[in-house]
Design a protein around this ligand. Structure first.
Ligand code: BG6
Length: 481
């Protein structure tokens, strides 16, 4: 009895201290682009902060020497900023080892196994082309490398509903759901976490946050650059799969969800999943696709490609709170700005007491979340101009977050996954429900409209939103408040 009680106490202490951290990171695709652009700088930052002390096992098929890999890591960190801590860099390089092998070959997994030694709860990070996800997951399972281990899967998670289901099935046959970490790096962004906080840490918002007061919501993720050498990947995906079904939908879910029933991310996951399920599947006429001029000449892109580099859509959430409120989402490459913003437009006052209180040319009151490049929240309200007349202007109360996030999204997410914290990852049911919304228009759609670089996409996107107003084009960042 005494023994049982002690065991229970030990168990409870373990739970209270959180799950056991990963004793090693296995990085599949260590010679690839993602590792170079995002992952090595994140690992370097983690070493600097003293949170990464375990071996990092890089895996890839290229015949690289350890010295080559070390040069690649150093180059990546130099390019991402500067090497401001030589000792941290040396510590990182000392942690990294290389395992070369084919992912279809059992001996690769055996080599990983022996390199891991007795490291507990390894985290396997699949920074590899999506077509290889299943192969590696199955390889891990067959080699016994999934026992007591975690898997971190990069996006895109599937390319439609059927493939996402299949990938989930394979992943779940090898790993438990709480050991699968599906990355959407938008969830690691401060400004996006702030949407959740701002909504539920304030009391003034809730009474107006519904179909009675909100006229429409629009979200723009604009980039003033093209596919940046990722033509081959991009041409197999397109804008809808690349950023809308995941990044933009995650933002919609945080804006639209009901308050979580208890404090804890399990509750947040459940409320978000309900939003995805309540989204009305898209119809062809809800979507405008565009392609920037010159896209077909990008390396890796098919000559006659009809893949969209711009996408605008109208979405409805069939819930008690949001019935009838249109959500307009838009993203594109080679637009006029690089910025992401949410605009929640409120309905005008019920009576027109002043000449300008039902603004026709201007906007009704709105709430604006600036997501990037930096984080800000603005609330726009009309105030009277000095003088005899009762006319005014729409002015913004503006809160700019000037302190940059302590951790980059990748650093945050990688650290969380290795600590077994799944709060900022996407759950199986949400991923599938989000695919179910876009599935009908993945194949059934009009041909992409060509658009000029440096503008705001094809004019057909303006026609899409016209019944409810016009697009708000994010402006260059303000510098002060
Ligand atoms: C990635 C997409 O997931 O997100 C890219 O594959 C896109 O095409 C990027 O540019 C945008 O992310 P961020 O953090 O730069 O806004």
């Amino acid at each position: 009895m005494g023994m049982t009680t002690r065991t229970k106490e030990a168990e409870m202490r373990k739970t209270a201290a959180g799950p056991e951290p990963s004793g090693a990171l296995v990085l599949f695709g260590v010679t690839g682009d993602l590792a170079h652009k995002m992952i090595f700088p994140a690992l370097y930052a983690m070493v600097k902060r003293g949170v990464l002390k375990v071996p990092v096992l890089g895996v890839a098929s290229s015949k690289w020497s350890p010295a080559q890999l070390r040069r690649r890591v150093t180059d990546s960190i130099r390019r991402s900023g500067r090497i401001d801590d030589q000792r941290a860099l040396q510590r990182l390089l000392a942690l990294i080892r290389y395992v070369q092998g084919d992912y279809n070959d059992r001996s690769t997994f055996m080599a990983i196994r022996s390199a891991l030694g007795d490291a507990r709860r390894p985290a396997h990070y699949l920074a590899i082309p999506p077509a290889l996800f299943s192969t590696v997951i199955e390889g891990l399972g067959a080699a016994g490398l999934s026992e007591d281990a975690r898997v971190i899967v990069e996006k895109p998670f599937g390319s439609d509903l059927a493939s996402a289901r299949e990938l989930n099935r394979i992943a779940r046959s090898v790993f438990a759901e709480n050991s699968i970490f599906r990355i959407d790096h938008y969830l690691g962004k401060e400004a996006i976490m702030n949407i959740l906080y701002f909504r539920f840490a304030n009391s003034f918002l809730e009474p107006i946050w519904n179909r009675n007061c909100v006229a429409s919501v629009q979200i723009t993720l604009a980039e003033d650059f093209g596919v940046k050498g990722r033509g081959a990947f991009y041409d197999s995906a397109g804008c809808l799969r690349d950023v809308v079904q995941n990044h933009l939908f995650q933002i919609v879910a945080l804006l639209a969800m009901e308050p979580p029933a208890y404090q804890g991310f399990g509750a947040v996951h459940s409320e978000k999943a309900k939003v995805f399920r309540a989204m009305r599947p898209l119809r062809t006429e809800d979507v405008v696709r565009g392609q920037y001029r010159g896209y077909r000449k990008e390396p890796g892109v098919a000559k006659g490609s009809d893949v969209e580099t711009f996408c605008a859509l109208r979405l409805f959430i069939d819930s008690w709170r949001w019935e009838g409120v249109p959500w307009y989402l838009r993203s594109g490459k080679y637009l006029a700005e690089t910025a992401a913003e949410v605009l929640v437009e409120l309905k005008p006052p019920p009576q027109r007491l002043f000449d300008d209180s039902r603004p026709v040319a201007g906007r009704a009151n709105y709430l604006r979340f600036r997501i990037s490049p930096s984080s800000a929240v603005a609330l726009a309200a009309r105030v009277k101009r000095p003088g005899k007349e009762f006319i005014g202007d729409q002015r913004e109360l503006y809160l700019l977050e000037q302190v940059p996030a302590e951790e980059s999204p990748y650093e945050r997410l990688l650290g969380d996954a290795m600590a077994g914290n799944g709060a900022l990852f996407t759950r199986e049911d949400s991923v599938e429900a989000a695919w179910a919304v876009v599935d009908p228009v993945l194949k059934r759609h009009h041909r992409a409209y060509p658009y000029r670089r440096g503008g705001w996409g094809p004019k057909e996107a303006d026609a899409l939103i016209a019944p409810d107003g016009f697009w708000h084009n994010p402006q260059p960042e303000r510098t002060g408040s």
